[in-house]
Design a protein around this ligand. Sequence first.
Ligand SMILES: NC(=O)c1ccc[n+]([C@@H]2O[C@H](COP(=O)([O-])OP(=O)(O)OC[C@H]3O[C@@H](n4cnc5c(N)ncnc54)[C@H](OP(=O)(O)O)[C@@H]3O)[C@@H](O)[C@H]2O)c1
Length: 290
Amino acid sequence: MTAVPARTAVVTGGTAGIGLQTAVALAVQGWQVTVIGRDTERGKAAVARIDQAAGTPAARFVPADLSSLAETRALAERLTAEGPLHLLVNNVGGMWTHRWESPDGIEASVALNHLSPYVFTEAMLPALTAGAPSRVVNITSSAVMAAQPVYEPEAVEPPGPHYGMSATGRAKLAHLVHTLDLADRLKDTGVSVFAADPGPAATDNAAQMTIDILPPPMRPLWDQILQGVATPVSAAVRSPLTAATDTALDGRTGLVLDPTGTPSEALLGYATPEVTTAVRAWTRRLLATA
Ligand SMILES: NC(=O)c1ccc[n+]([C@@H]2O[C@H](COP(=O)([O-])OP(=O)(O)OC[C@H]3O[C@@H](n4cnc5c(N)ncnc54)[C@H](OP(=O)(O)O)[C@@H]3O)[C@@H](O)[C@H]2O)c1
């Protein structure tokens, strides 16, 4: 009897935190998983942990700095040359207390939460289409709700000082717009596109946050946020894993899953027609120059 080839997945930022936990869970379910990150030692440790959990060689590490659009495009070229792909989890992203810029001179929240996964997914579409039925899972965040009060749709960054929550919120909102656009564009191709909110979790990225991520009016929420980011990472895998594997979602697309893995409308209302039009325009502008 011929063995059925394993389903293949790529998890960006898959060497730590929510991405690693997702990769472990996928491998335990029989997936072959490629994890992407920058640090080789961390990559090796992730592969060892995934293989051990799966009880068989199930993982490999491919290094890339996804804050660089050139490296993102080169990675996609390498991976699409390998043939069909069944699952892409765009997990790389985060929220930073201090403003910093990508090698392309783009504010990091926008570069890593929106532009990089945008470029990567578009470049991976030949492999995902060849692998159909396949899925794209974009990791989103309830920070989207913090984008709205400071959202000036025509501006790439929020006006005024850098607040990580607002910056990440608007970058995740921009990526939600792309998620919905892509789901619509691919609806007859067998490639489903979902956004998954893992909820807060105790990861390296969360550990570097200080109250300065919050605009002053939001600071009374800090204790609540600290409680949230004490949640074990294992709890944050539910939404991404459901989006990636739940057969109840077969044939569906364009859904946003809340941290319990349930389709939810909560974040969709922030992607208003005005925001959608503006995000499409400034994304095109940024990509034309980067
Ligand atoms: N943690 C939370 O409370 C929370 C809540 C809602 C949503 N999220 C979302 O969940 C996702 C994962 O966050 P996390 O908290 O799990 O992060 P994390 O623990 O800090 O892990 C980040 C992962 O991404 C990799 N990475 C970071 N920068 C990279 C780059 N430039 N290029 C390639 N790989 C890179 C890291 O490996 P290297 O450092 O070796 O590159 C690591 O594997 C993000 O999209 C985040 O916005 C998190």
